[in-house]
Design a protein around this ligand. Sequence first.
Ligand code: SAM
Length: 257
Amino acid sequence: MPFTPDVYYPERGKDWKCRKPGDVGMDADSLNCFHSSQSDELAVLQIKRRNAMPHEWDSPEYVHRWIEDGDKTDPQRAEQITALVGLIRCSSEECIEVLDLGAGYGIVTREILTAYPNARVVCLDGSSEMLKHGKARLVDWQDQLSFVVTSFDSPNWLATLPAKRQFDAVLSSRAIHHVVDDRKQGLYAEIFQLLKPGGCFANHDLVRKLDDPVRDIDNPFGTVEDQLVWLENIGFIDVECFWQMEGRALFGGYKSG
Ligand SMILES: C[S@@+](CC[C@H](N)C(=O)[O-])C[C@H]1O[C@@H](n2cnc3c(N)ncnc32)[C@H](O)[C@@H]1O
């Protein structure tokens, strides 16, 4: 099963192999590059998996399946969510304002409310189906929550938030990688605007490892090193990667107080 010569991305050099539309496993308009260390079998398996299982956040069945599998696929998930919330620099009795970006079924928000029982949280997500699960799971805190269905694909999401609302923290888990790197940088700048002085932004997300053999051309996921630079350029301070393993990282920064 030969790989097509790298005619599309010659700048990548001989270590990269390219599969184009029409190659085995490819749909009509995809293009994928793989590092030469990766076996053909694995490359084809990954393409098939990606084509067979695009994210369908509006599908009740897909969302149900994702929630069922979500916690099982990452044994460190609970620990990471606790660490994410632990980055907020406030005392636990404060009535803090938090934005959970790409809140999904509410796992981060539940941890926020456990650590900060007086918090008020905006759960924002592009999928009403996901937020439906969030509302049901967080019913005990309903008076402290608001739910916003909108996409952070463009800066328009800012207009969907209550006017002049500022946050002590903006937290996100496994959501921002869904937008391309250019947009991530815009989004990080928008988050900075929304933070109160001293506020925290922290993201637990998929990132590309420096030596990652697989690169998805549609969304190449900046490395965590790239993302830390973006945050610093925007004006965040105390920017740090707090944890990183296997293409996942917990990183963020603060707005000066
Ligand atoms: C992998 S789930 C993670 C949900 C939750 N944060 C968690 O850790 O369980 C990704 C979530 O991001 C949301 N999402 C993806 N792209 C988005 C976008 N452009 N705007 C808003 N939400 C988005 C999806 O609807 C989904 O609920």
